[in-house]
Design a protein around this ligand. Structure first.
Ligand code: NAP
Length: 285
């Protein structure tokens, strides 16, 4: 904000689930340009916005709300962009197209990660594990529905259901208890659960059978190096932390809040070492 001469503040608000509606419906009254949404509200937020952009609609989760000039709340999802950009920037030699991804978790953030893996990164298979298996099944079903809607909107009329099912059939769900058995069959590991985050239990995982040249990424960014990433680094695997995703997802949100007409700020704020170090300093305080 300082860099762009914007007179404003970015604050944390801890909002309990039963206070979410009253907080969100009064954003305009509170004179807020918008908010970022984090754990555990991303999916619930769909109920409290006036409309969604295509990404939030597709993913069925919101990480950014923009209050427009009429006071309407627009739900947006920039997590896909953040996740994909972070991986593309930091793993330029990794062949995502041929890769088999293990995704842990089926919460609000997992939806964006899976959309990015299936779409832009175009991985060959996603093995999805969630403590509560039904939530993983629901997520898969909701993706079939979203792809179906997308094809209808694009004017495609042929075999829509089959095409949607084929697109999503790359997601294979298995039970959480098989976590350590499946490691040998994948070469990309993504933690989207809250395990490993400060104040949460550790993710118990054994990477010893993970094939060489695999890539391990954690979207938890506090601590920056989670136990998962430390184990992967020590094992000689390439690792990518979650801070890059956090910074990249924030850039389009910043533009929507402060330059909705695309007139004042020429391009998205740049995610560079200066910004990364500035945010890291804040996280460590
Ligand atoms: P969420 O919707 O509440 O989902 C939490 C996920 O963690 C669920 O899959 C849940 O499984 C699983 N989980 C929680 N406790 C568990 C346990 N003890 N054992 C096994 N699984 C457990 O949260 P979210 O919004 O997806 O966020 C998840 C994490 O990602 C948070 O740490 C958040 O800070 C981080 N995140 C980072 C970025 C970034 O930009 N880097 C962006 C988004 C989120 P169940 O379904 O069984 O409850």
């Amino acid at each position: 904000m300082k860099k762009y001469n914007i007179d404003g503040e970015y604050n944390h608000y801890e909002i309990a689930p039963d206070e979410l509606e009253s907080f969100i419906v009064s954003l305009a009254e509170q004179n807020l340009s918008g908010v970022n949404i984090t754990i555990p509200h991303k999916e619930q937020m769909l109920k409290y916005v006036d409309m969604c952009d295509e990404s939030a609609d597709f993913i069925q989760a919101i990480n950014t709300v923009v209050v427009d000039k009429d006071g309407k709340r627009i739900g947006i999802n920039t997590d896909v962009y953040g996740f994909v950009t972070n991986l593309q920037e930091n793993a330029q030699d990794f062949n995502f197209k041929e890769s088999k991804a293990l995704v842990l978790g089926a919460g609000g953030a997992a939806r964006a990660i899976i959309a990015g893996l299936l779409g832009d990164l175009n991985v060959s298979v996603i093995i999805l594990l969630n403590r509560t298996r039904e939530k993983a099944e629901d997520l898969k079903q909701s993706f079939i529905h979203s792809v179906n809607n997308m094809l209808v909107k694009s004017g495609d009329e042929e075999d829509i259901k089959k095409k949607a099912e084929a697109f999503v059939s790359r997601i294979q769900i298995i039970d959480w208890e098989y976590l350590n058995d499946i490691i040998k069959d994948v070469n990309l590991v993504v933690n989207t659960t809250s395990l490993g985050m400060i104040g949460q239990p550790e993710l118990k995982i054994d990477l010893s059978t993970l094939p060489k040249k695999s890539l391990v990424t954690d979207i938890v960014f506090n601590p920056l190096e989670t136990d998962l990433l430390r184990q992967a680094r020590v094992g000689g695997y390439q690792t990518i932390d979650g801070l890059g995703m956090l910074l990249h997802q924030a850039a389009p949100g910043f533009k929507y809040w402060f330059d909705p007409d695309d007139k004042a700020i020429e391009s998205l704020p740049v995610v560079d070492d200066e910004l990364r170090n500035y945010v890291l300093k804040g996280l460590n305080n």
